[in-house]
Design a binder for this molecule. Structure first.
Ligand code: FAD
Length: 397
């Protein structure tokens, strides 16, 4: 019997995970990635809950463990570097987790696990889709036109392939905080702990260790939607300089390093809310379909879980409509639960005044000294168990 052919757009986390499982279930898979090479940027991400079970089934858990960033936990500090609260690895659902890995390392592991069996096309993208009952005709920017049985967009929060499939139907909902990530040189006083510093004016600076001899830093700040993500890099750096010049703590160090950094990234933290994830022979997966925001710590895990379920349901039946319906039915309640940020997020972690910061650190200090596990509630609003109960990972053969 002729193998069913699938084109996936995007080679980050969702795309290669989907490719892995589709190949295992007997599909012929092609992945098209807009970048010329695999993108290895990004900071620490977690593989948690059901996603950990999936990478175990893929035979990749040990590789992910071996690429651990080595982060010992998170310390909340004041402007004098005094530790106000400390959460060692594994004790809270928002902090350092067991499978903490740089996004680029995870993308590389997933790529390596699929490159022999999947056709990867780099430096190209889909520019038109035309589907009928039997196939999807795909026009690429560079490569010759080709037809596939199914096309899946796994190309991130600002997916243009999703727009080709659904127009403006999915909404990108800004949650009120901008975040900027960059890599900076490590200095002697950096430790294996992540640091979180609140500055007055609803500003946060983080530094985190990595396993590459550098330090990962981030700025975040509450703001109305000012479209900063659309500015060019020089303009974005200027915004960050203006916002953080007087923030104190390590702001001067991180801003100075920013001038030389080649991976500065600034975006408005947003969720993707899509009323449906499939149309005809096309579907969306990962951040393109249901980005939950880094605030949930579930972006990568949700992508892995979604990709596994989509591939698994497609393997159960030759009828893609039935499979797509099952994908939505199984995953949507779980996605909605994760996307349901509690009142106060992200404001609660970005106090405006000195008094607010003192209260925030005071509460964390009490929680960290007494019942550390409860801190997860402050950020996720839910006990991990409550979220986990919403999905039972299907077994596919
Ligand atoms: C370079 C990079 C750095 C990141 N850094 C962080 C981080 O520090 N912290 C964090 O929490 N999350 C980060 N993320 C997002 C994180 O990877 C996702 O939230 C999560 O892992 C879900 O991944 P995804 O595969 O659905 O989407 P993404 O990881 O966003 O990947 C989308 C992929 O599609 C590609 N692409 C985009 N448009 C097209 C197109 N039209 N055609 C073909 N390919 C296309 C992109 O180049 C990318 O490789 C980063 C993503 C990228 C791409």
């Amino acid at each position: 019997m002729k193998k069913r052919t699938v084109l996936i757009s995007g080679a980050s986390i969702a795309g290669p995970t989907l490719a892995f499982w589709l190949h295992r279930f007997g599909f012929e898979v092609t992945v098209v990635e807009r970048a010329d090479v695999l993108r290895l940027g990004g900071q620490n991400i977690d593989v948690r809950d059901e996603a950990q079970k999936i990478v175990r089934l893929m035979g990749l858990e040990d590789k992910i463990k071996a690429a651990n960033t080595g982060e010992l936990g998170v310390r909340f500090v004041d402007k004098n570097d005094t530790i106000k609260a400390e959460f060692p690895k594994g004790v809270s659902s928002f902090g350092t987790t067991e499978l903490e890995i740089l996004r680029g390392d995870l993308a590389q592991i997933l790529f390596d696990a699929t490159k022999e069996n999947v056709t990867y096309i780099f430096g190209d993208q889909i520019i038109a889709l035309d589907q009928d009952e039997n196939k999807v005709d795909v026009t690429f920017k560079m490569a010759a036109k080709q037809s596939f049985d199914l096309v899946i967009a796994a190309d991130g929060i600002r997916s243009t392939t999703r727009t080709l499939m659904f127009g403006n139907e999915p909404v990108i909902k800004y949650i009120g905080v901008y975040c900027s990530y960059l890599t900076i040189p490590r200095i002697e006083t950096d430790t294996k702990w992540a640091y979180w510093y609140n500055a007055p004016g609803s500003r946060v600076i983080n530094t985190r260790p990595d396993n590459e001899g550098t330090t990962r830093a981030s700025f975040s700040f509450l703001s109305p939607d000012n479209g900063y993500e659309k500015l060019d890099l020089a303009e974005q750096k200027e915004i960050l300089k203006q916002k953080f010049a007087d923030a104190g703590w390590q702001a001067p160090r991180v801003l100075a390093a920013m001038e030389m950094a080649n991976d500065v990234y600034l975006d408005g933290i947003s969720q993707v809310k899509a009323p449906r994830w499939t149309t005809g022979r096309c579907a969306i997966v990962g951040d393109a379909a249901y980005c939950p925001t880094p605030m949930t710590g579930m972006g990568a895990s949700l992508s892995i879980i979604g990709a596994y379920i989509l591939a698994g349901e497609l393997s159960r039946t030759a009828d893609h409509k039935e499979a797509f319906a099952a994908y939505e039915k199984i995953l949507r309640p779980y996605v909605e639960d994760i996307q349901n940020l509690p009142p106060g997020v992200p404001w609660i972690a970005h106090p405006k005044s000195k008094l607010g910061i003192a209260l925030f650190n005071g509460v964390l200090g009490i929680v960290s000294s007494k019942a550390v596990k409860k801190v997860g509630k402050l950020f996720s609003g839910k006990k991990k168990k409550e979220v986990k109960e919403k999905i039972k990972l299907p077994q596919y053969s």
